[in-house]
Design a protein around this ligand. Structure first.
Ligand code: KG4
Ligand code: ZN
Length: 338
């Protein structure tokens, strides 16, 4: 079966991305990050929108050039419709709608959370439906049963902070720069994960909660630094290792529960936190115990990127699922909505 040529745009948070997919194969992939947020310790929505406006034309241009595709050869234009930051989503969707209209081509709105999951189909090995996916990013934590490329069942999600947010906020308490997740991961490699004990948050079922852990770490650090002002610097590696160990154990305990309840043995992880080396190692160990086959996308397809949006658009095109010019971004788009 032959599939069309689609340009995909991603602008839901702080990375402007464009990609071209042809016959289900990614032909190009461009991301422009936004350094401007680091000095504020988090993403500033208005600055993100302005940076998207600056980046979108050169990023789309570069994706088309890298793919060797003229815009008139496109069969559809796809864009992230949500969830994400309203101003950021508006930049991508306005641009995509304008381009689709001017080319007379169909428009495909893509759900960012579905796209994170469908990143698994960019390169082999690819999971078979149905499979279980833990999506862990700076904005979301979801346990999803993936029934098909256009049908998803939400089994559990965070009730407060996202997993990546927990890494970032606890890292900030430890004096690490934003985003703290990757830095904490590196420092943890040289620390003792058993040194400090933090209890897992108590929430029954498959939902997560991370805010209590953040508060527990805050109180612990306050008490210890009162006794020794250099406590954090003197114990940084062990603190990072212990926090990471707690977060990973908690993430995986619910994943195992979901796998046992659903009977699914194909287990995928997606999103920026899937890059975490502690999570990858513990997942491999649990896979051995539980008889799972596991899937983790290449790092460049774990963090926000347009390649995953292009992959999702490829499936939607094949299923005949399009939007029209009345499409509007939805910052709170739910998992199964499009
Ligand atoms: O998927 P992503 O790029 O953006 C969102 O959609 O949110 O994820 C970014 C998040 C940040 O919170 C960042 O700290 C976290 O992923 N992250 C990590 C690691 N690499 C990125 N967290 C822990 N360990 C890592 N190695
Ligand atoms: Zn994301």
């Amino acid at each position: 079966m032959s599939f069309p040529t689609i340009l995909a745009i991603e602008s839901s948070c702080d990375d402007t991305g464009a990609a071209v997919i042809q016959n289900g194969e990614l032909r190009s992939y461009v991301v422009a990050g936004q350094e401007v947020h680091a000095q504020y310790g988090g993403v500033v929505p208005e600055l993100a929108s302005r940076a998207h406006q600056e980046h979108i034309v050169p990023v789309v241009d570069a994706a088309l050039k890298q793919a060797g595709i003229d815009k008139h050869q496109l069969d559809a234009v796809a864009v992230t419709r949500g969830p994400g930051l309203m101003g950021a989503l508006l930049v991508g969707s306005s641009f995509a709608k304008g381009l689709a209209l001017s080319l007379g081509k169909p428009l495909i709105g893509v759900n960012h959370m579905q796209a994170h999951i469908l990143a698994h189909f960019i390169d082999p090995p690819r999971p078979l439906f149905p499979f279980l996916c833990l999506t862990v990013s700076g904005g979301h934590t979801q346990l999803v049963q993936v029934n098909s490329a256009v049908d998803f069942s939400l089994l559990g999600q965070t009730r407060d902070d996202a997993a990546g947010e927990a890494f970032d906020k606890i890292g900030k308490l430890l004096g690490l720069p934003y985003p703290a997740g990757p830095v904490l991961d590196k420092l943890a490699a040289q620390g003792n994960p058993q040194r400090f004990h933090f209890a897992d948050p108590q929430l029954p079922g498959l939902d997560y909660s991370f805010s209590g852990l953040k508060t527990a770490v805050l109180y612990f650090l306050e008490a210890e630094t009162r006794k020794n002002p250099d406590f954090i610097t003197e114990n940084l590696h062990d603190l990072c290792a212990s926090v990471q160990h707690t977060l990973v154990r908690y993430l995986l305990s619910k994943l195992r529960l979901a796998a046992r309840q659903s009977g699914l043995k194909q287990i995928a992880i997606a999103g920026g936190v899937a890059a975490n080396s502690g999570l990858r190692a513990a997942l491999a160990e649990m896979a051995g115990q539980e008889g799972w086959t596991t899937f983790i996308p290449a790092f460049r397809y774990c963090t926000d990127n347009a390649g995953m949006v292009a992959m999702a658009a490829h499936f939607r095109y094949a299923a005949g699922l399009f939007h029209d010019q009345t499409m509007t971004p939805d910052p709170r788009l739910t998992l199964n909505a499009s």
